[in-house]
Design a protein around this ligand. Structure first.
Ligand code: DX5
Ligand code: ZN
Length: 217
């Protein structure tokens, strides 16, 4: 059995002026908020102003804050996002030379360390430090933008990781809707990150409810 299913709405899909309002509205009803930090170098998009640490710090939430760093030199940001209240900081495997050191640097703050892999990165690159990491985020689209289509071939990586570490938190990010979420849960993922499928739904609260129902299945 997978660890507990968690729902993590991605704030990237919200218009900038609605983030605070939505966070307030669904705080406590979701397990965490997923916050995408992009530097326009690791990915061709920039959110370092929009989701700058002082802004994230202002979001005083009961639900956890998970920071997904899509940046070169992720270690530049660990301290400030820790201070902004992140309970998980996720770096990209492709951006660093020594992932084990990155994991330790994040865990030193007393929070959880996550690593993310892009679609073309095999899960086996994590073998050396899979026992040390707290969270693996499998990208199910090319990182950079919300609203893309789910890449089902990524499910094999989820299966492989779940087989290797039964208790690991495994997240999936990109193109997750209630249907693709089911495939991910079946493959072994337990943290469902969703932007577009919640916030651009005709009725976001109903969409969230659909996701929450998956927790009971
Ligand atoms: C993409 C981001 C995702 C994004 C997901 O690079 O990491 O978190 O917000 O958006 P959807 O759910 O719309 O694919
Ligand atoms: Zn993300």
């Amino acid at each position: 059995m997978n660890p507990k299913t968690q729902i993590s709405p991605s704030l990237l899909s919200l218009p900038e002026d609605q983030v605070k309002e939505w966070v307030k509205k669904i705080d406590g009803k979701v397990d965490s908020f997923h916050i995408d930090v992009m530097d326009n170098q690791f990915v061709p998009n920039f959110t370092l102003e929009r989701f700058a640490p002082p802004f994230v710090a202002q979001l005083k939430t009961k639900s956890q804050k998970h920071v997904h760093l899509m940046t070169e030199i992720p270690s530049k940001y660990y301290n400030t996002y820790f201070e902004a209240g992140a309970s998980v900081i996720i770096f990209h495997e492709e951006a660093v030379k020594n992932p084990t050191l990155e994991v330790r640097a994040i865990q030193k703050f007393g929070i959880r360390a996550g690593v993310s892999i892009k679609p073309n990165t095999p899960a086996s690159v994590l073998d050396d430090y899979l026992e040390q990491v707290d969270f693996v985020l499998v990208m199910t689209v090319e990182p950079g933008f919300g609203g893309q289509s789910f890449m089902s071939e990524q499910l094999d990586k989820v299966k492989e990781l779940r087989a290797k570490r039964p208790g690991l938190d495994i997240g999936v990010d990109g193109g997750i809707n209630p249907e693709t979420a089911k495939l991910c849960l079946k493959a072994g993922a337990n943290i469902l990150i969703a932007g577009n499928a919640i916030f651009n739904a005709h009725d976001p609260m109903a969409a969230l409810e659909k996701f929450n129902r998956l927790k009971k299945e």
